[in-house]
Write a protein that binds this ligand. Sequence first.
Ligand SMILES: Nc1ncnc2c1ncn2[C@@H]1O[C@H](COP(=O)(O)OP(=O)(O)OP(=O)(O)O)[C@@H](O)[C@H]1O
Ligand SMILES: [Mg+2]
Length: 296
Amino acid sequence: MDELNLTGYKKQSQKVKERFDRLKQREVVLKVENLCKTFDDKKGPILKDVSLKTYRREFTSIIGPSGCGKSTLIRLIAGLEDIGSGKIIVNDEEIDGPGIERGMVFQGYTLFPWLTVVENIMYGLRRKGESKTEARDNALTWVKIVGLQKYEDAYPSQLSGGMKQRVAIARSLATHPKMLLMDEPFGALDAQTRSTMQSYLLQIWKNINISVVFITHDLEEAIYLSDRIIVLKANPGEIAEIIEVPVSRPRTPEQFFTPEFLETKKRLEELIHPKSNEPEEKIKIVKLTQAGDDVF
Ligand SMILES: Nc1ncnc2c1ncn2[C@@H]1O[C@H](COP(=O)(O)OP(=O)(O)OP(=O)(O)O)[C@@H](O)[C@H]1O
Ligand SMILES: [Mg+2]
């Protein structure tokens, strides 16, 4: 990096520090304190001593190797699993099961297949006590927000993967939760739809007062979307590092090539795929008897 760039980057660092100081002055929406979770005593704890905070309108991602406990952590925050020990506090109240202030979007398409788009979105609103007319009006507003006007009466089987996830996001947000919990919501989408959905989620997030906790395997997705990235390590799942993403907002795909973006990606790679001094374990390949030797 030449001198000019280096100075520019250093200048930005001070700006970045100020940005995060301001973020941490906002109200705390989620507080996880010394959270531990064990499913099977013989296997030991899955999550150990996890403590973190997220702030109002913050976009936080959780990243870590497969099986380190990311889904377990978000399911605990959603109130879908019993807490082992520790505390989860949302809006100053310790949680005790699921709550309307926490919306959730999973990787798999979890829409009710027998309900239309608008009926899927109405579902939570009706449970919240809205009349049928009120719920339908509100649901139709969300159909518009997610750009699916022509599909309000379509069934999930008639929608593409990206459209289904837009309905799932609308369904979660229609009840005005304080937090949106997302577990690899774009994991099943092709690369192009995924990148459209990322930009799309940023637009929605910009326009409503919501804190997002987002799980992903994709380092670039985490950097592109997040204010901070919580990196978990495996066995047991503990926080390895919390990264404050220095990339400025509003985010654009061009930023993927900026020094800030690339440095953050390098740090994430070091944390998630640490270099080992051990020689790589050789995979033994059993030769099939019918295979010839003429493959090159
Ligand atoms: N209900 C359960 N009962 C028993 N063990 C469980 C249960 N749920 C998760 N586990 C175990 O907890 C560990 C962490 O699982 P989890 O799904 O949270 O990981 P993850 O980080 O989300 O993985 P991935 O990146 O593959 O989605 C795994 O070893 C899994 O087998
Ligand atoms: Mg998972």
